[in-house]
Design a protein around this ligand. Structure first.
Ligand SMILES: NC(=O)C1=CN([C@@H]2O[C@H](COP(=O)(O)OP(=O)(O)OC[C@H]3O[C@@H](n4cnc5c(N)ncnc54)[C@H](OP(=O)(O)O)[C@@H]3O)[C@@H](O)[C@H]2O)C=CC1
Ligand SMILES: Nc1nc(=O)c2c([nH]1)NC[C@@H]1CN(c3ccc(C(=O)N[C@@H](CCC(=O)O)C(=O)O)cc3)C=[N+]21
Length: 298
């Protein structure tokens, strides 16, 4: 079977250009969307993402405010900065890059962000709204995955979806979104028995576990659509560092109907959805209607 490789990079580029058009017309109305990104510490992977977010935010015509704080920044100082940004009208969205250094309580930080400025959709208010079907900000990675699924499959009603991973930032919100799309959803995790058997039932398989190439060819229902969220840096046979997902891409792609690559799949969509969320929350904060092409924000 020839699998279809879902080109996240190109879907993300199209999305960013629609966002840029919308931003342009907002600016003509005197509204200039702004995104504040806070990075605490000097984790190299986080630095790469934050740089990439800042660059793409500016390319979409939005204001980007970056705050790089030292690894030993006290929690109180971070809370003070968030409080200042909550009150700053030029800032529509606030993102605190995770993970945070160990001395900082992640939950306290997420809870301190004003829910209407929570561009990640991690605040309990937004998580609750997503579960109850209200006007939530949807976490960027699951939203990007859903867009690629819809692009590939159209209506998802009645399909069986298996989500590997139950984190608050990927697995759980992904499952909520798929339930909303009328899928029959199973969430599997490290305590799931016979995980392969669960996966073999899946028309849609989302892998978000952080284990390099865990998902094998014999776990897959022929023709299934596979979304690989995992970002794992490993050494290849020549000891060079390379990026792989949670799916054994070469072998699984022999059996799947469609699959996202790593890199070039979910990652670029995550950043494009961050810009999309910045746009959506700016529109909401200004009591403007959300254009029809922005899915799942009705
Ligand atoms: N492309 C992108 O934009 C993004 C990529 N990522 C990547 O996605 C991956 C997951 O991220 P995140 O959700 O934050 O990770 P977490 O570490 O928070 O969660 C991992 C989940 O996977 C489960 N798990 C771990 N090992 C296994 C196993 N062997 N079998 C079944 N389940 C297992 C864990 O189970 P349990 O709960 O039982 O411990 C947990 O629920 C990472 O590689 C991360 O880098 C993350 C965010 C964005
Ligand atoms: N508050 C917060 N929000 C997040 O959304 C958030 C976060 N913290 N912490 C870390 C994770 C991870 N994440 C990624 C974003 C883009 C790529 C991405 O663009 N990846 C490229 C490759 C990049 C590379 O080469 O390393 C790709 O897959 O093609 C990956 C991962 C967002 N996260």
């Amino acid at each position: 079977m020839m699998t279809n490789i879902i080109d996240g990079k190109s879907i993300a580029a199209k999305l960013r250009s629609r966002i840029a058009n919308e931003v342009e017309s907002l600016k003509q109305q005197g509204i200039h969307p702004g995104l504040a990104v806070i990075l605490v510490g000097d984790d190299p992977a986080s630095q790469v993402y934050v740089r990439s977010k800042g660059k793409q935010t500016k390319e979409a015509g939005m204001n980007s405010f970056e705050y790089r704080l030292a690894d030993n920044t006290p929690q109180e100082a971070l809370l003070e900065l968030i409080s200042k940004l909550n009150q700053d009208n030029s800032v529509n969205g606030i993102l605190v890059q995770l993970p945070l250094p160990r001395h900082i309580d992640e939950e306290a930080i997420i809870n301190a962000i004003a829910p209407q400025k929570d561009v990640d959709g991690f605040h309990p208010i937004n998580i609750g709204l997503l579960s109850t079907g209200g006007k939530a900000t949807i976490p960027c990675t699951p939203l990007g995955c859903l867009m690629m699924l819809k692009d590939q499959l159209g209506d998802l009603s009645g399909l069986k979806a298996v989500v590997l991973g139950r984190s608050n930032i990927v697995g759980k919100p992904m499952a909520s979104l798929l339930i909303k799309e009328n899928c029959t959803v199973t969430i599997a995790h490290s305590k799931t028995t016979c995980i392969e058997d669960e996966c073999r039932q899946a028309d849609i398989l989302i892998a978000a576990v952080g284990k390099p190439e865990l998902v094998k060819e014999n776990w897959i229902k022929p023709g299934a659509t596979i979304i690989d969220v995992g970002i794992n840096r490993i050494k290849d046979t020549e000891n060079n560092s390379k990026l792989v997902g949670d799916v054994d891409f070469i072998n699984v792609s022999k059996k799947s109907g469609a699959i996202t690559p790593v890199p070039g799949g979910v990652g670029p969509m995550t950043i494009a959805c961050l810009l999309l969320n910045t746009l959506t929350i700016t529109l909401r904060q200004n009591n403007l209607s959300i254009p029809k092409w922005i899915i799942n924000q009705e």
